[in-house]
Design a protein around this ligand. Structure first.
Ligand code: ADP
Ligand code: MG
Length: 334
């Protein structure tokens, strides 16, 4: 087991989760500055630069999505924060605790639900929870084993051997273990891979409840719809770099954007002023390309503006963008 927190004074210093104030100048839930990780060459495998230079700030109280294709570096990033992987350079902090300066407090501030279903088959859920509490130095009087198991629907399995648990139950036990030390930041690394729809729904209900009570949630997933539905902010990482970090609504508005191509019946020398309020360009081939947001600007208004500019339309076509497209556009070919 890589966790090594045994002294409970570290735990006691971690502040309870609180509602973030709107103009909050307190430290972020998670902050990374020029974070870099190179895995050394080993066993015939060449060295691998998993994180190039990650700069990321995750606000307290957010429900944050960390998206990216397989191998992008998501788990590496998370495992550095959790003290499970040693960074090569740069700095990281959790709940204001620098992982170099205050490693125990940083680790005590974060709970990670790992990507792999690594559960010891010989412990019961209750035993696994007590063991984890011991590792994190949670005093006996502060332990909430049964309470957490109950919320995750595992109380009737508390004393069953873990090997008799279904995949979904094991996943929930991992969530329970990550919550043992009541961390203000909970990270779920691809928690629904291989989990059936009903269990996913239950898991999200519970995680949303935690979030509503003030826990900052970081979710990595490659289910885009899941991130879209749950996360208030999304960062996409690819090949060890952050390619975009935006509020979900903003990311979606990119996706919502369509491009209309208009071929005027006679060539234009320049764009007419009526189109200045749009993101429009006059292309070399004579077409006017207009980026517009269907939910904000109806097509009819655009056509009216074109008509009032005296442009006669010879042909009109659209280029569509979908969530998948934007994701691919941001993560492929680089
Ligand atoms: P993700 O979670 O986004 O799929 P990872 O952080 O697991 O990505 O991996 C990022 C890159 O680092 C991948 O190329 C992966 O093969 C490599 N990698 C991950 N863990 C190790 C390790 N322990 N040793 C060497 N390379 C690793
Ligand atoms: Mg991963």
């Amino acid at each position: 087991m890589a966790h090594g927190i045994t002294d409970d004074t570290a735990i006691a210093k971690v502040p309870a989760p609180q509602e973030p104030a709107p103009d909050d100048d307190r430290p972020c839930a998670i902050q990374a500055v020029n974070l870099r990780k190179v895995y050394k060459a080993a066993g015939g495998q060449p060295a691998k630069e998993a994180l190039k230079s990650i700069n990321l700030s995750i606000p307290r109280g957010s429900f944050f999505g960390l998206l990216g294709p397989n191998g992008a570096g998501k788990s590496t990033f998370i495992n550095i924060l959790a003290g499970l992987v040693i960074k090569t350079s740069g700095s990281a902090s959790v709940w204001g605790f620098d992982t170099d300066v205050n490693p125990r407090q940083a680790r005590a501030s974060i709970g990670v639900v790992p990507q792999e279903l690594n559960i010891d088959p010989f412990f019961t859920p209750a035993e696994a929870m007590e063991l984890q509490a011991g590792l994190y130095g949670v005093p006996k009087s502060a332990r909430r084993t049964m309470e957490i198991l109950r919320v995750l629907g595992l109380d009737d399995k508390a004393d069953a051997y873990a090997r008799t648990l279904s995949g979904g139950m094991r996943r929930r036990l991992l969530v329970a273990k990550a919550m043992v030390h009541a961390p203000p930041v909970l990270v779920l690394d691809e928690p629904t891979a291989g989990v059936d729809i009903e269990l996913r729904r239950q898991l999200w209900e519970y995680v949303q409840e935690l979030h509503a009570k003030g826990t900052t949630i970081v979710l990595t997933t490659h289910y885009l719809e899941e991130a879209q539905a749950l996360c208030d902010q999304i960062a996409i990482i690819n090949h060890g770099d952050v390619v975009v970090c935006e509020p979900t609504s903003q990311l979606l508005s990119r996706i919502d954007e369509k491009r209309i191509l208009i071929r005027p019946s006679s060539a234009l020398a320049s764009l007419p002023p009526q189109l200045e309020k749009y993101k429009a360009e006059l292309r070399d081939d004579g077409q006017i390309a207009v980026l517009y947001n269907p939910s904000e600007a109806p097509m009819a208004a655009l056509l009216a503006d074109i008509s009032s500019a005296g442009i006669e339309i010879a042909d009109l076509s659209t280029e569509e963008a979908a969530l998948e497209d934007v994701f691919l556009q941001l993560t492929s070919g680089k």
